[in-house]
Structure formats: C-alpha cells, structure tokens
Design a protein around this ligand. Structure first.
Ligand code: GLC
Length: 701
C-alpha cells in the first residue's frame, strides 16, 4: 500500500496534491463555488453530504485523470443521526453512564454500518474533550469529566467504527477545547503542556493506540497558541512522539479564523503557511485554502515535502477504506435503522439511565391513573440532543420526528396499557410560558395517583457557541414540582438534558429522580420499563452534579484544598458525584485484598474485592477502582479513576472482582514534562457509587 501511494504521489501534479487537502461543505452558501470545486474532480473530501447525494460528487472524480475518490465525512456522533431513517443512539454523555466498553464498540460498529451503507466514509467522532466546566455548551458531546473513562470509551467506539474498515473515526477536538477559560467555546485554554499531558492528552493518546485514522484540531488556543498552527502539538507530540499515522483535519474554517478571530495571521496565505507547516493535513471548508496554499508552495513558503506528507496520510486512510483501489465494500441500505440496531439502541437507553433518588416509589408496578407532565415528555428535539436531523447541518425547525421514536409519553402509554394516562405541557423551557399552562398541569395531575414529570433543558441551551452561566431548570419547572408536592402528589422526575443542571432543590421535592441526558430513539420505552421494574437500573454518572451554580471546579478528581476547599456561600460537597447511580439491586462490598503490600516499580498490584447482591433483583454493578499518590512532588488529585469493571450479580449472589494494576500507570508528569513513577505510599479506593469507599494502602519501593 505504501509503495502504491508513493507511486501515486509521484504521478500527481501539485494542483492535484493540494486539492486532496481541501475539504468542501455540501451546505456552503455559495453553491456556484461549491459546484466549481466538485467539477474539478480532484477535491479530497466533502462533508455534510447525505448518501443520496454522493453521486453528484463522485462522478467528476471518476472522470478525472487519476480517479482518486473523495472521502465523505459527516457528524455521525450518536448514530448516523443526520439521516432521519437512521438509528439515533443516546448521546455520548448518556452512553458514558453505561461504563460499558463492549456496548460502545457495538454502537460504533452499528453506526459505521449505517454510515457506510449510506455511501459515506468518515465519522467526526468520538469527542474526547472533557466536560469539566458546566458553562461550556458542548458538555452533551463528551464522555464526561474523567480522562480515564473518556480514554476507555473513546477507544471502544473507535474500534467499533473502524472494524472491517467500514469508516474512519475522528478523535476530536484536539485538544483541551472544553477547558477554555470560563467555559467559553473556542476561547483560550490556559493550561501548561504539563497539565495537558496529565489530563487532556491521555484520551487522545488512547485514540492513537486504538489506531484512530483521523484527528480534528480544536478551534481555540492553548496558552495563546492556536492548535491549528501548533507544530508542537500537531507534529512533534501527536505525529512524532505518539506515532499518529493518519491525517489531521482542521475544525470548521479554522484557517480563516486564524485571520479573522485569532489574528495570528495577516491573511489566508500566511494562515495556510502556518497551518500546513505545523502539520495540518486537510482544511475543513476554508475555500481559499486551495489557491493560497498553491501560491505559497510556488513561492517557496511551504516546502512541497510538507504537501507530500499530508497527501501521503490522506491517501493512506483512503487506501485503508478501499477508496483507492475500488475495493470499498458497503453493507446493504437495509441495515439503516434495522431491527437489530433498534434492539441495541433499546439496551443502550436502558443502560444509560441513572437512578439518582428512589424513596421506595419505584418500581411502580401499577397505577390507575398516571399524569405525564412536561414538554420534554413529548419533545423529540430535546430528547435527541445535538447533531441530529433536527439540528444539523442547518437548523431545521420544520423537522418532524419519525414514527418509531419513543418519547417518554409514548413509552409510558405502551408500558402501562391498562392505566389512564393524561398529559399536560406544564412549562416552557424556551420561555413561551403561560399561567394557563401551569394551572392546567396542576389540574391534570389532580386526579392522578402518580405524576411522571419530565424536566430538563433543550438545544436552545446546549451546543456550539451556546455556553451558559446558569445551568438550571428554566421556566417554572421547579415551582411546578413544588406545587404538585404540596398537593401530596407522588412525583417521579425524569430529566432530559444536555448537561448536569443544578437540581439540589428539585431533589428535595420528588420521590424518585432519573437522569437520561439525551437518550435517543428508544429512551421513552426504556425509561418506562425501568420505572415499572421490567428493567433494572445500572447507570453511573460520568460527570458530577453541583449543589450550586457557581461551584467550580466541580469535577471529583480535584486537588486537596487549602482553607477547607469551599466557597463561603456554597456547600463543599457536590449533589451527586462522578460514579454515582442507584439500582433496584443492593450491592455490598468486602474489604479490599492485595496480593502483597510492597511493590517494585516494574510490578503490578493484584487487587480483589468481593461484591454481594443483597437484594432479590439481579443486576449489574460498575465496580470502580481509584488511586491516590499520598506524597508526590507535583500536586495529585484526591483520587483518580484507574480501572472499572461492570459485572452482573444475581440476586443473593456474591462475586470476586479482580483488577491487575501495573505500578507504572501510577506516575505523574514533573515540571519538565517527564513522566515519573516515584516510590512511596499509595492508597487504593473501591466504590460502586463514587461516595462510599473501601480503602487500602501499599508501598512502592
Ligand atoms: C463543527 C464542530 C465539529 C464538527 C464540524 C463539522 O463546527 O466543531 O465538531 O465535526 O464543525 O460539522
């Protein structure tokens, strides 16, 4: 393959090579310009094309001199969700609640089959940014706040996507995008290289190790340097140090942003020189890239060797996908939205739900009359979350839900066929609230024994460029719950939201509380079955819930604090911590045993703990292993997740769960960014809920 690529590069003109580095958007406003690029027949990639349109783009390539097929990329980030007929899985944040690598791999594979069957080749997924600042608008797209969980689940879904070379995955947004100061989208991320290596680089390293074929640079800057133009981060660290051998695409119009937003380049030609010499291989959308890069090569500002290296990487990925030699195999279109994927999606929705509170009202075996309250009980747009046919590529207010989507209302009606089910909207997240709406909901609930209140947020308050200072329940949602509670109603609250909201008050007034985030096509059926007890909860939070809006940092793996570590006007503890989640099963943990208590740096610790299911309900438990380096020359977090296992334990049974922990994974980066494993004392914690821990200690010599 490498020889084939080299020969191809030798045959290519400079124009053909630079065209491979240009990506063009199907939806760009200037259709004449877009069609000009299509007619060239040599553009390397198109994005946001749906399968039915690909022929318009491939025919000119087939008639071109070298017939190099374009690679079609799309934001299939929780299923091929920009295509209405496809399977819309729960969002990444929801899937992260499963702590289930195998499930993520299966979902990656199913999505890849649907994208490939549809005629496309490349998914801009997974997002490996971390959701640590709740003000940021794209928390819903992350695997939560922890780099270890993001590393495991990111690798799993990449393996799923790239199995059988169905599609190329894309690790994004490289790197530190979610950590921008103030949670402001694309603003500067004030972190040092050391801190980036300690936290944000780890999921991307895992992606390289998983063989991820492409990466996408983030919009913003690290410590003032644009990622798009950072030779250090792109070439020295990602390509040379970590050995990434695929290609890098910029995010949307990043070259132009160097000129218009970041002002680090005088003009587009200078931006192209900075980006290409930094090691960026493909330009997403910046239409002036082609001409200006050609100009810069001809004037010697960009060495042709840099062009050859980028084209080599692009052709390497195309070759792996079978796009170069006509061997590209695609599953039949019948796989799109098929029954098998629907079943997988149902399991994903069941396992993504997190039970946060249950005072005994659940499971709700039967009820004569149930009132379902809340616009999010019927809003598919809210339930889906971002990057679906409702929201992209252009916002489509006219989009209508496909029949098979289970909203909460539809799910409750199906699961409680002999109950009378009544519905009322009750509130409006987007502000069109009326007194009448509020009172009608109270009246509707009046005669019902049980209220299922579906609360949360929607895409007005989540997404790119939609950062917020108040992650709260908007409108009169809490007031409605307090009123229903005052009337003595039993209230089961279901949350449909893109990020943790401040629900400390809500938590007091409901009898049960279930978090679904954005649960996809099957969420309504899955949650209704969970409420009835026909399914059991196993979800755990991948992100902490704060008690107060201003609490920051709120993630669990903080450093030790000085002065008590709290704000004067806020509680220290978060409301629900990372790793928390209840179940109908009750799990009890034994003390931890280690194979010995002193280790050399080249050894592994064998950890074992016995977990007993002390209930009459079979269930899954995610056993979490954390560690703490008790004395270290650099600050280390109070605890850090280092492994987890999700195990099935039948009612009344107990099982021994074992971990093998290599000592060399317990190191840190010193102030010169050297990775070190010092000797000393370490603590290990085991937990099933991020709150109660069994502890033990060992020493490294
Ligand atoms: C967007 C997003 C990126 C997405 C790309 C293509 O602006 O930042 O995540 O993949 O553009 O849609």
């Amino acid at each position: 393959m490498e020889q084939y690529i080299e020969k191809l590069i030798e045959q290519m003109t400079l124009e053909e090579k630079v065209a491979q580095m240009q990506q063009i958007s199907a939806n760009m406003a200037d259709k004449a310009l877009r069609n000009k690029f299509i007619e060239m027949g040599t553009v390397g990639s198109f994005l946001h094309v749906l399968g039915s349109e690909t022929a318009d783009y491939t025919t000119p390539a087939e008639n071109s001199r070298l017939k190099i097929s374009p690679i079609f990329g799309i934001d299939a980030i929780h299923g091929h969700a920009l295509l209405k007929e496809a399977t819309v899985f729960p969002s990444q944040l929801a899937l992260a609640c499963t702590f289930d690598d195998n499930l993520l791999e299966e979902i990656g594979y199913a999505t890849a089959k649907e994208v490939c069957a549809d005629g496309l080749d490349w998914v801009f997924s997974p997002v490996l940014c971390l959701g640590r600042d709740l003000r940021w608008g794209r928390i819903d797209e992350t695997f939560g706040e922890d780099y270890y969980l993001a590393s495991r689940l990111g690798s799993a879904i990449i393996n799923g996507y790239q199995k059988d070379n169905l599609v190329a995955a894309c690790a994004k947004h490289y790197l530190g995008y979610g950590e921008a100061t103030g949670g402001r989208d694309s603003y500067d991320t004030e972190i040092t290289e050391r801190y980036a290596r300690e936290i944000f680089l780890k999921p991307f390293k895992a992606a390289v190790d998983a063989g991820c074929m492409t990466f996408m640079t983030a919009y913003g800057t690290i410590d003032g340097k644009p990622l798009t133009a950072s030779r250090k981060w792109i070439t020295e660290i990602l390509k040379e140090e970590l050995g990434f051998d695929g290609f890098i695409v910029t995010d949307w119009d990043n070259y132009k942003s160097l000129v218009t937003c970041l002002h680090t380049a005088e003009n587009i030609e200078e931006a192209c020189v900075d980006g290409v010499t930094a090691g960026n291989d493909m330009a997403m959308f910046t239409c002036d890239f082609y001409e200006n890069t050609l100009k810069a090569v001809k004037s010697g500002k960009i060495p042709e060797s840099a062009i050859n290296e980028s084209v080599r990487r692009i052709l390497r990925v195309k070759a792996r996908l079978g796009l170069l030699d006509g061997t590209r195999a695609r599953p039949p279109k019948s796989v799109i939205g098929c029954e098998e994927h629907k079943k997988l999606n149902y399991k994903a929705a069941v396992d993504s739900a997190v039970l946060l509170k249950n005072n005994g009202i659940l499971p709700l075996k039967a009820a004569k009359k149930i009132a379902v309250i809340g616009e999010n009980a019927v809003s598919v747009r809210a339930q889906y979350g971002d990057w679906t046919y409702f929201s992209h590529p252009d916002p489509k207010p006219e989009a209508t839900a496909k029949e098979k989507t289970y909203t909460l209302l539809k799910g409750v009606k199906e699961v409680y066929p002999s109950s009378e089910i009544v519905y009322s909207q009750g509130y409006s997240i987007s502000g069109e609230e009326t007194e009448d709406m509020f009172n009608k909901a109270i009246d509707t609930a009046e005669s019902a024994e049980v209220v299922i209140a579906v609360l949360g947020d929607n895409l007005d308050w989540n997404g790119e460029g939609r950062d917020i200072v108040n992650p709260v329940l908007r409108g009169r949602q809490i007031e409605l719950i307090k009123e229903l509670n005052a009337k003595g109603k039993k209230i089961i609250c279901v949350l449909v939201n893109g990020k943790p909201l401040v629900i400390s008050e809500l938590e007091k007034y409901c009898d049960a509380l279930i978090e679904t985030f954005n649960g996809g096509d099957m969420c309504g059926l899955a949650v209704a079955k969970l409420i009835k007890g026909e399914e059991n909860f196993s979800g755990k939070l991948p992100i902490s819930f704060p008690n107060e809006v201003g609490s920051h940092p709120n993630y669990y793996n903080q450093y030790e604090h000085w002065h008590g570590g709290r704000y004067k006007d806020a509680q220290k503890e978060c409301l629900f911590p990372f790793g928390f989640g209840l179940s109908y099963s009750k799990f009890a943990y034994s003390e931890i045993t280690l194979d010995k208590d002193e280790f050399g740096k080249d050894e592994s610790v064998r950890v074992s703990v016995t977990v007993e299911n002390q209930s009459d309900t079979d269930g899954f438990e995610t056993v979490q292993l954390y560690f703490k380096d008790k004395v270290c020359k650099m600050l280390t977090p109070v605890r850090q997740l280092i492994d987890y296992k999700k195990v099935f334990i039948k009612a009344g049974q107990k099982i021994k769960v074992e971990f093998e922990l290599p000592i060399d994974r317990l190191g840190y980066y010193d102030e010169n960014c050297n990775y070190r494993v010092d000797g000393g004392d370490f603590t290990l914690f085991v937990s099933g809920n991020g709150k109660d821990f069994k502890e033990t200690a060992f020493r490294v010599n």
